[in-house]
Write a protein that binds this ligand. Structure first.
Ligand SMILES: Cc1cc2nc3c(=O)[nH]c(=O)nc-3n(C[C@H](O)[C@H](O)[C@H](O)COP(=O)(O)OP(=O)(O)OC[C@H]3O[C@@H](n4cnc5c(N)ncnc54)[C@H](O)[C@@H]3O)c2cc1C
Length: 357
């Protein structure tokens, strides 16, 4: 959560040999082995593995739909928990490194949004915002999930400068500070409890007079002397000073009265929106809208379509876990293609022992 670094993720900032001109009609002529949608850690890791497996992947990086080019990590600054960076690394720099690595092995990038897909045909067809139609034998979906936002004044300006949606990622920066957690469900209680490891005080702001969280989570939160509650309250503005957050304006949902509350950080815990609208009615999703895969593989319910990263994971949602599933998706796609498109998942290396044999 330091100064935002300026790292270009536009095609101009990418290695020339890896950047296909957007809308290049030649790309529409061939049937590609695999196309990856999404340029966060999941998509870029999938690209590294797919490129090194000679699948000549096309990666559609996205522009606006589902988050920025490069994904959620481009919205943050210090990343201190990605292995291999002893002194931490800036989020955009980490993404640029992954992108360069994928480019080095021949990944071709298209900086556009995908606007529609036809996954029922063979090959599968994707259409981008410029109208480019691409065909592929296999597809890797790495479109991520967006944290739900409050949509109040100050939120955009102070995002990454006090405002966050990930206590695991940013809690460490709030040692001995006062932070606010917005939400009333299990995730909000988890975030609040985690933040008490660092913060001197955590105020949970919830719009109702009762929490939605499970009884056990409520009991734990109520028993923690560092956690306070502001019930029947919504955050109507986030304020800052010198580019850093310094408090919020709370509105009482019953009386409408407003009051200010000084705080150094605010963590949103009001859910995520998985970027799956493209696949509505085609791919299976769970009750929260995340893509369902045939664990331990990354295969969706449509043969040749694999999913990785936050779009299929509402439990961990970390860069390293997204990268891990990106690796798995590329290996699944490669083995599916090598098997003539007839298998849906990577077979276990060793058959599980049969009980009693
Ligand atoms: C503020 C913040 C700080 C964080 N800090 C950390 C941290 O310190 N450490 C950590 O491990 N994790 C951190 N995370 C979490 C981490 O960013 C995510 O877990 C990770 O980015 C998920 O990777 P992903 O590739 O699955 O998805 P994303 O990074 O969300 O990428 C999704 C990609 O899909 C693209 N896309 C979506 N829809 C379309 C479409 N229709 N067409 C084309 N492209 C599309 C987007 O443009 C984007 O490129 C943080 C998250 C946030 C919000």
């Amino acid at each position: 959560m330091a100064d935002t670094p300026q790292i270009s993720l536009t095609p101009a900032g990418a290695p020339a040999q890896a950047t296909a001109p957007n809308g290049d009609p030649e790309l529409a002529e061939e049937v590609h082995e695999t196309i990856i949608i999404g340029s966060g850690p999941a998509g870029l890791t999938a690209a590294i593995y797919a490129a090194r497996a000679s699948l000549a992947p096309i990666l559609i990086e996205g522009v606006l739909d589902g988050g920025p080019t490069g994904g959620q990590l481009t919205l943050t600054t210090d990343v201190e928990n990605f292995p291999g960076f002893a002194d931490g690394v800036m989020g955009p720099e980490l993404i640029q490194n992954m992108r360069d690595q994928a480019a080095r092995f021949g990944t071709r990038f298209i900086t556009e949004d995908v606007t529609s897909v036809d996954l029922t045909a063979d090959p599968k067809t994707l259409t981008t915002a410029s109208g480019l139609q691409l065909r592929a034998r296999s597809l890797i979906i790495a479109t991520g999930a967006k944290p739900r936002r409050l949509e109040v004044p100050g939120e955009d300006e102070l995002w990454g400068s006090g405002v966050s949606a990930c206590a695991t990622c940013d809690g460490f920066f709030f040692r001995d500070k006062h932070v606010i957690v917005v939400g009333g469900g299990d995730s909000a209680m988890e975030e609040a409890m985690f933040l008490t490891k660092f913060a001197s005080k955590v105020t949970v702001v919830h719009r109702r007079d009762q929490l939605r969280a499970s009884v056990i989570m409520q009991e734990r939160a109520f028993a923690n002397e560092r956690v306070e509650f502001a019930f029947n309250a919504t955050v109507s503005e986030i304020t800052g000073d010198g580019g850093l957050m310094n408090g919020v304006v709370l509105t009482d949902t019953v009386t409408g009265e407003q009051r200010t509350l000084a705080a150094d950080g605010l963590f949103l815990a009001i859910g995520h929106i998985p970027n799956t609208w493209l696949f509505d009615d085609v791919l299976e999703t769970d009750e929260e809208g995340y893509l369902v895969v045939d664990e331990p593989s990354t295969a969706t319910n449509t043969p040749g379509v694999f999913a990785c990263g936050d779009v299929m994971d509402h439990t961990y949602r970390q860069a390293v876990t997204a990268a891990g599933t990106g690796c798995r998706a590329a290996m699944d796609a490669e083995r599916w293609l090598a098997g003539g498109g007839g298998v849906t998942a990577v077979a276990p290396a060793v058959e599980p022992a049969t009980v009693g044999s």
